[in-house]
Design a binder for this molecule. Structure first.
Ligand code: SAH
Length: 368
């Protein structure tokens, strides 16, 4: 791999340390003929201390740091714009090396501080109710670009703040970028040099790439499945790409086969769209679909964005839907939208120019 080459004919350091996995770091250290434990030291500087300069690595000798700096850099994101919502949700917009931007959202709640992380710029899928889906796929994020969101969010925390949960519910379909997702989770959970997170504090959300669920299981993270419809016709019109890959029946049988540890359960997400999938019949069908699966259900009232044909249901309809599902003995919660005024809520992440977003937001708030 080019980025792992220590030789540097141009004289410009070419290795991005953040782009190396543990194996790659071991090889780099080997090329220098350094002891093996140096790899762990460097990785700890990158992830546990969030170093942005090789010369900060004070447990490496001066000569070693100079040698490392002659071939490698730590190119952390330089441009990060922060949009603060009136509800204290913060949307961070990071500029990547190639000029594309990616969004990550910090959501403070009473006892929690959740970071919502993106896995793609744009999205492979084309769900009609999601702004990211309307952008198309620009590209997959690399593991270090996923990690960059976490590291930058940590850099920006206020004193006393600590991220308690990470949800892969930002831009993109995580299971369409499985290798990068897996490597990012490895770095988040590695206890020796990574962030040491318990996988229980991490949730991966999928629109329903059923065949990939078996690859998520070994990661030990929580899984959320965006159901959003209760018949294939309805789902095909709302989420054509993913429903073409796996029908409701295929998806739910993959969920039934999912090897859930005894104390865990799946989460089903259900976006409520006024007059489309929020009727009492939908609620009844939903309870039948998930019967026998250890799960909870999160209802997400639609978050509006410019140009969307959908509307958010009334509070009364939301509660009526919840009551029907609850009556069947299921745990069902309404996820309160956060960060809507900065287009930071579910389904609102995407490339809107700030002036356009400003105008659109005024329109949305006026209508609600
Ligand atoms: N692609 C993944 C993760 C990103 S979306 C997935 O589909 O699960 C995260 C959640 O937001 C999903 O449950 C999705 O259905 C929901 N969502 C998308 N657009 C929305 C919108 N405009 N309003 C409310 N929820 C939305």
């Amino acid at each position: 791999m080019r980025h792992e080459t220590a030789a540097c004919p141009t004289g410009i350091p070419s290795t991005n340390l953040l782009a190396l996995d543990e194996e790659g770091m071991n090889r780099l250290v080997q090329q220098f003929a350094w002891p093996r434990y140096r790899a762990g030291q460097i990785l700890r500087w990158l992830y546990q201390r969030r170093a942005n300069d090789i010369y900060q690595m004070t447990d490496l000798g001066q000569g070693e740091r100079t040698a490392l700096a002659s071939v490698a850099t730590i190119p952390r994101a330089t441009d990060c714009r922060v949009y603060c919502s009136i509800d204290h949700t913060r949307k961070l917009v990071l500029t990547l090396n190639d000029g594309l931007t990616v969004e990550t959202v910090l959501i403070p709640e009473e006892e929690r501080l959740t970071l919502c992380v993106s896995t793609q710029v744009g999205c492979t899928l084309d769900c009609g109710f999601c702004l990211t889906g309307t952008m198309g796929l620009k590209r997959n994020l690399k593991p270090h670009e996923i990690m960059e969101q976490v590291l930058t969010a940590q850099d920006r925390l206020e004193s006393g703040e600590r991220i308690t949960n990470i949800v892969f519910m930002g831009m993109g379909e995580p299971l369409a970028n499985m290798d990068a997702l897996t490597e990012a989770i490895r770095r988040l959970t590695n206890k020796s040099w990574g962030l040491g997170w318990s996988p229980r504090r991490i949730t991966v959300s999928t629109a329903g790439l059923a065949a990939r669920l078996k690859d998520v299981a070994p990661l030990g993270v929580n899984v959320a499945i965006s159901l959003n419809a209760t018949t294939d016709d309805q789902r095909a019109s709302l989420m054509p790409a993913v429903n073409g890959i796996a029908s409701l029946r295929t998806l739910l049988s993959a969920c039934r086969r999912y090897p859930l540890p005894p104390t865990r359960r799946l989460t089903f997400e259900y976006v409520l769209l006024a007059g489309v999938n929020d009727q009492p019949d939908d609620a009844r069908r939903l309870t039948k679909l998930v019967r026998g699966i250890r799960c909870k259900i999160n209802l997400i009232p639609f978050n509006e964005f410019p140009g969307s044909p959908f509307r958010r249901p009334s509070e009364c309809d939301i509660l009526a839907f919840q009551a029907i599902v609850r009556q069947k003995g299921l745990d069902v919660f309404v996820r309160r939208s956060r960060g809507r005024d900065v287009l930071g809520a579910c389904g609102q992440l995407g490339n809107l120019s700030p002036s356009y977003a400003g105008r659109a937001l005024t329109q949305i708030e006026a209508r609600c």
